[in-house]
Design a protein around this ligand. Structure first.
Ligand code: KG4
Ligand code: ZN
Length: 377
């Protein structure tokens, strides 16, 4: 995965990520489906061109992280405004990098939920406008399904069924991908999402936003056994998660230390907190593979880029004869290539969305309206 990074002057980072420089329009074959995908559900404006679900011709990400850092988190109104400014440039860059024009595109895909409503609306309106102007079919994609499908991009041989651990800023799910578009949820968080816990703990110990990568880095210098934080188990729903007790335990420790005039040890807290989250995520994933007799485990979402989670899963999967799949970190966090991958399988199943497509900020996984009009030709 080749990454070119350019920092723009208004605090927005522009990244161009390509699998292979040689891949271009001239390699097109009969029956190929080339998708222009758009993602704007949170603080990344992204556009990508993806062929046949697994081949990334271009992947442009304009990240607003620097802008929101000042406020300690994503400010929805700022995010929406930046999306409006950046989206056309991202799409143009995605087409240019793929050496294609809109005429070469077969399908327009866009994330329509879940996410920040104003942010989602920018991508959805853009995709609808392009679909209307060009007459190309439109596919709405569930953001979390997109994260799961990111696994197909670099693992060409991966086929369902597999277990997938999805951990992002807003969601923590344990799912079985039974088939393309058939996702069975076997566990989910009862309170905070894993990424949310990382973000809140990072803020509490003074590491700031974005919490996940900062805790990941700080934890490398700390002792993961310095503190014993709780690992919540929910007996009646063993694959569910709960991270709010863990977060409270960290906050209590910080308050105690402060009251006693002690300086908090950021690295030790980060390492011990991270160990607690990672242990729960790993044990749930491995146990699900064992119980359901599935020998493939994938990870998805921003937290899937966590170094310790990847290392521990690598180890545990090897010990349990499970094949472990993980996207490159840049495909774990928000991007449009994953949306193009998910859209391809929807399109091939016959899904088509109309111009009445709207942003659905609380779109549930599996609760998505599917519009199939028979298989494509
Ligand atoms: O998937 P994502 O980019 O956006 C959402 O759909 O939410 O996930 C963002 C989340 C944030 O909570 C961020 O702190 C977390 O993923 N994250 C990480 C790491 N990188 C991002 N958490 C732990 N370790 C990381 N290296
Ligand atoms: Zn995401």
């Amino acid at each position: 995965m080749k990454i070119d990074k350019n920092v723009e002057n208004d605090g927005v980072i522009f990244m161009s990520i390509k699998e292979n420089d040689e891949k271009a329009a001239e390699t097109v074959h009969d029956g190929d489906v080339t998708i222009l995908a758009i993602e704007s559900s949170c603080d990344e404006t992204a556009a990508a061109v993806v062929r046949n679900g697994r081949e990334v011709l271009s992947n442009i990400i304009s990240s607003q992280i620097a802008l929101h850092t000042v406020y300690g988190g994503v400010v929805p109104e700022i995010a929406s405004r930046k999306h409006v400014e950046k989206i056309n440039g991202c799409i143009r860059a995605a087409l240019d990098e793929a050496h294609l024009t809109l005429e070469d595109i077969d399908v327009i895909a866009v994330t329509y939920g879940p996410g920040v409503v104003g942010a989602l609306l920018v991508g959805v309106s853009e995709a609808k406008a392009i679909s209307f102007a060009t007459g190309k079919p439109l596919i709405g994609v569930h953001h979390i399904e997109g994260h799961i499908y990111a696994n197909f991009i670099e693992n060409k041989e991966l086929e369902p069924p597999f277990v997938c651990l999805v951990a992002s800023g807003g969601h923590s799910h344990l799912v079985i991908v039974r088939d393309y578009g058939e996702i069975e949820i076997i566990g989910q968080t009862r309170d905070d999402a894993a990424g949310e816990a990382f973000d809140k703990v990072a803020r509490a110990i003074g590491l700031g936003y974005p919490g996940g990568p900062k805790i990941d880095k700080a934890a490398r210098e700390g002792n993961p056994d310095a503190y014993s934080f709780p690992r919540a188990q929910i007996p009646e729903a063993k694959y569910d998660f709960s991270f709010s007790g863990l977060k409270s335990a960290v906050l209590n420790l910080i308050n105690q230390d402060r009251m006693q005039g002690k300086e908090i040890n950021q690295a030790d807290i980060a390492a011990s907190f991270q160990k607690a989250v990672v242990e729960v995520l790993v044990s749930h994933g491995i146990e699900a593979c064992r119980e359901y007799g599935i020998d493939k485990l994938a990870i998805a979402g921003g937290v899937a880029s966590n170094t310790s989670l990847r290392e521990q899963l690598e180890k545990e999967c090897a010990a349990n004869n499970i094949r472990f799949y993980r996207p490159s970190p840049v495909l774990c966090t928000d991007n449009a290539a994953m949306i193009g991958a998910a859209a391809y399988y929807e399109y091939m199943k016959g899904a088509r969305f109309g111009l009445d497509l709207n942003a659905v900020p609380n779109l549930s996984l599996g609760g998505r309206e599917r519009r199939y009009h028979g298989r494509r030709g």
